[in-house]
Write a protein that binds this ligand. Structure first.
Ligand SMILES: C[S@@+](CC[C@H](N)C(=O)[O-])C[C@H]1O[C@@H](n2cnc3c(N)ncnc32)[C@H](O)[C@@H]1O
Length: 238
């Protein structure tokens, strides 16, 4: 995929820079997330959880869990255990505060490209708005497959590019102008909100992402576009 897009030009690895960026924005992340998407991100996560529920998972791994919004939504499925991992300690700190009263959620520092669990451990692996930030997407996808039980599924929610011409124009205007402007005012890291549209623009979506899942060894892959294709859910089986 060539040289990865990084948040800063600090010379550190993409992973270190991404962790720094999310540590910087952690305090305002939830507010800006819901504000920018006018709450639609919650509907997308809810839809994802509904689809996960069809497989009746007992153990779920939520990769790149951040402030744990998806892990919290997954408690509705009453699994025995939800483990959330992330490389950003500050995002996890906020997640831990939000999940204090939820004993079946455990949050811990962990890297999607070197997952600290044995193979065949989880019934489902989920990741929302995380894969785009991985340093090496192929390694991340393979690692998530490794820790899935045979027949287990990965559920991925990620931004994609809308197909409709008019929606595309409106979307890029909003994403490349409005969002960085407000992001700069509210968060402590102006770059985070210019990196976001840039990373979405270059990240493989639709068919191209399905190919990445195939390459990582998954089968029975589904691709479900949401809200004019602004986001997409991918489901793939080990
Ligand atoms: C946009 S946030 C998404 C957080 C959460 N899943 C949500 O839906 O709001 C992306 C998260 O991915 C995490 N991340 C990026 N690369 C990672 C990696 N290699 N392993 C684990 N987490 C990673 C970041 O630290 C950040 O918390």
């Amino acid at each position: 995929m060539g040289t990865p897009l990084t948040p800063y030009n600090s010379g550190e690895s993409k992973k270190e820079q991404v962790a720094t960026m999310f540590n910087n924005v952690a305090g305002t992340y939830d507010f800006l997330n819901h504000f920018f998407s006018v709450g639609i991100d919650k509907l997308w996560r809810r839809k994802l959880v509904k689809l996960i529920g069809k497989t009746k998972p007992k153990r779920i791994l939520d990769v790149a869990t951040g402030t744990a919004d998806l892990a919290i939504a997954e408690t509705k499925l009453h699994p025995e255990q939800i483990i959330g991992i992330d490389i950003s300690e500050k995002m996890l700190e906020i997640g831990k505060t939000k999940t204090r009263h939820l004993p079946n959620i455990q949050l811990q520092v962990g890297d999607s490209e070197n997952i600290q669990f044995a193979e065949n451990t989880f019934d489902a692996v989920s990741v929302s708005f995380g894969v785009r930030n991985f340093e090496n997407v192929n390694i991340g996808l393979k690692e998530m497959r490794r820790v899935l039980k045979p027949g287990g599924k990965v559920f991925i929610l990620e931004f994609s590019k809308p197909n409709n011409w008019l929606i595309q124009k409106l979307y890029y205007f909003y994403f490349c102008n409005v969002l960085p402007f407000i992001g700069k005012l509210v968060s402590k890291d102006a770059r985070a909100y210019t990196y976001l549209p840039e990373s979405v623009r270059i990240f493989p979506d639709g068919k191209k992402f399905v190919e990445l899942l195939q390459y990582a060894g998954y089968k029975n892959i589904e691709c479900i576009p949401l809200t004019f294709g602004i986001s997409t859910i991918y489901i793939a089986e080990k």
